[in-house]
Design a protein around this ligand. Structure first.
Ligand SMILES: C[S@@+](CC[C@H](N)C(=O)[O-])C[C@H]1O[C@@H](n2cnc3c(N)ncnc32)[C@H](O)[C@@H]1O
Length: 187
């Protein structure tokens, strides 16, 4: 399934997106902070109807050109500033992998509330986000990082299918904790 990605010079999809797809039936999906589409292309190949948003117009342009070249009919790629917290449709699956930490910290609460509200009953949210904790202070100057237990608190009342705050290593060798969550909204 990564052939399409490699043909266009993209990395393979995020492993948590691949894992989530083993549990989630194809549905209307939103890829928040899609960049040039490594996850959106994978989701599309799995049969999801994908809306892919990013504030980077160049990245969206690249994804749109792949969509046209490949004749893909189930990806709608658009420029959108996630900080607006103004999604205009409901989804069965919203993926937000390694994107929250680039947002305006003063908007993250509203963004997560909007994601939750725009998830259909029984639908899923997947979030992977860098953390800053006493044990492992974040060595990267992200505008936003999560604190211990913060994400699970925000998703109280959802079914936690996966939740951890494990230590991870970035491409440059820096070690930091990431919150990884796959949660299901009650039906
Ligand atoms: C590290 S990349 C992650 C891309 C993708 N989710 C993945 O897993 O490969 C973060 C993405 O978030 C996007 N981004 C950052 N701030 C944003 C915002 N306010 N609105 C929309 N996208 C944003 C960036 O343009 C970038 O493509």
């Amino acid at each position: 399934m990564t052939d399409l990605n490699s043909r266009h010079g993209l990395n393979p999809p995020h492993s948590e997106v691949v894992n989530a797809c083993q549990q989630i039936e194809p549905c209307d999906a939103l890829d928040m902070g899609c960049s040039n589409g490594r996850n959106a292309l994978y989701l599309s190949q799995q049969g999801f109807n994908v809306t892919a948003v990013d504030s980077n117009a160049n990245a969206i342009g690249m994804l749109q050109s792949i969509v046209v070249q490949e004749g893909i009919g189930n990806i709608d790629a658009r420029v959108y500033d996630i900080n607006e917290a103004g999604l205009d449709a409901d989804y069965g699956f919203i993926a937000c992998t390694v994107t929250l930490m680039f947002l305006d910290p003063g908007r993250v609460e509203a963004v997560l509330a909007d994601m939750q509200a725009r998830t259909l009953p029984g639908g899923y949210n997947l979030i992977v986000c860098a953390m800053d904790t006493a044990a492992h202070p974040c060595p990267v100057g992200f505008p936003f990082t999560l604190h211990e237990g913060q994400l699970s608190t925000i998703y109280q009342g959802w079914e936690m299918l996966k939740y951890n705050e494990d230590l991870g290593t970035m491409h440059n060798g820096a070690q930091l904790q990431f919150a990884t969550m796959l949660a299901r909204k009650l039906a």
